[in-house]
Design a protein around this ligand. Sequence first.
Ligand code: M6R
Length: 613
Amino acid sequence: MCGIVAYIGHREAYPILIKGLHRLEYRGYDSAGIALIDDNEINVYKTKGKVRDLEHFTESKNINGKIGIAHTRWATHGEPNNANAHPHYSETASLALVHNGIIENYTLLKKALQEHGYNFKSDTDTEVLVQLIEYIKTSNNCSLFEAVQSALKQVIGAYAIAVIDKNNKEEIVAARKSSPLVVGLGKEEYFVASDVTPIIEYTNKVVYLNDEEVVLLRPKEQINIVNLNNTITKVDVKSLNMSISQLEKGGYPHFMLKEINEQPKTIIDCIRGRINVEATNVILSGVIDHKDKILNAGRIIIVACGTSWHAALIGKHLIEEFCKIPVEVEYASEFRYRNPVINKGDLMIAISQSGETADTLAAVQLGKEKGAFIYGICNVVGSSIPRATHTGTYIHVGPEIGVASTKAFTGQVTVLTMLAMTIAKEKKSIAKERFLSILKSLKSLPELMEEVLMLDERIKDLSKIFTYAHNFLYLGRGYNYPLALEGALKLKEISYIHAEGYPAAEMKHGPIALIDNEMPTFVIATTDSIYEKTVSNIQEIKARGGKVIALVTKGDKIVSSMADFSLEIPDVDECLSPVVACIPLQLFAYHIAINKGRNVDQPRNLAKSVTVE
Ligand code: M6R
């Protein structure tokens, strides 16, 4: 989704802003722009396309200035074109503003401003906001800071903004509501960004803004944060523990491939300090510290979107099997709008890689209002969802830059497994032998994942056979049913091939009508408690001339003899099968997308962090 970078201090702003925009590219965008103050003028340069197009556009322009704001836009109001790109000027070009989010009442505000003689050059809601700020500043003869505060009180919707004034190159005003914004603190310099990736190269000291906070940044002064009612907020400076190398490709052609290959290591980071095989224990402090609330929950609701929702379906299976607590899994976007029944004493689990997904955050807020106890499972440390929950567990898989979620999924399933085990052990609802066997499997995951990654060349060859398929079916059962959904999502989002995931047995209730020799099916048919049933489903496909790629357990003879192509993965406890089995699905989608010449890290129309509903 849209990305903001801003800088004020003693260095030239342009290189910092451009580099920052590159770092935010992973979020997804369709235009980019920059505004710099030089000689009491704001120079705005913006263009449809990529950040490199913006760089070409600015080649012979004046890019001087020690203060600036920059933006990557993911279109919401108005098509992606030069006029709608940010930054936007105010009427007299004395202010420029960048904005993430949506101003819902912009039509009304625009009409009122037009009646006061304001003209608009774009179709955006953002231009309305900068005009409103200028209108208030001029008519009330107040400071930029006061004008921003006052304008935001009139706004309904979501925003993260940064504003500059050509007559004051010593300050930037920024604010947020429901859209993330973080301030980096340097020596007599400040950085502002949608997430920490543009900042960590310069400082590891950051302040995350909370909703309805407005910040005044002057390089020679302390950071000053107040809310819309002018109450001063205590500044909570956090130290980041992240390195630049984590944000780079490390020799891989794409972030997605790097992130797929990182999984054996990220799982080590995810389980580190949380499992102890010798002491036969799993400890998630988020559970232990809130035992009463969690163990006594009569019901668990898991809210999430996309890949995180697929992990949630696996979580349901794990928690119901081990803990005997009923679990409901909800699309956060549906849950928030259907007046759901939430009882005091319910436990809500919110799963989100980015920790910023607007629908998931809204579901968390709703759950909180209705008295549920909220547990977050997130990756991005300090993001909005972990800050809004009562407790939780970070998956600790490091920054995920590719838009297609890969290592976050395996981290989420691993944390859900540890969560279910911790609760089950405390509740004594799991047999000791089963607990120990899963514990051993957890420990062996990195090794097994390394082994599966060796299938890469074979999967690459296989992908060549299916590059031109128009449709794909993915089937799985039990723990592997959500994985079928995930495999289909990976393929469609990066290759743009239509793909559907189904529980294998559902096929005969409709999708079987699609089967012919042009409709390939990817079946996850590992040796588990319902293996025989899956075998029957494969027979049904073969009887109708369908092509089958099967993912089987090493040594399998039955499915391998029926399938057109099979890929062997090592044996693992069935509840952890998705963590291992997802790797071939990720690699298959990756290679097909590469064969088709797709932009795998930034697929069309998609955003990494979906901060609008
Ligand atoms: O950051 P989140 O986990 O909340 O994101 C949820 C979805 O937007 C995300 O998983 C999306 O579906 C990915 N593109 C999947 O690869």
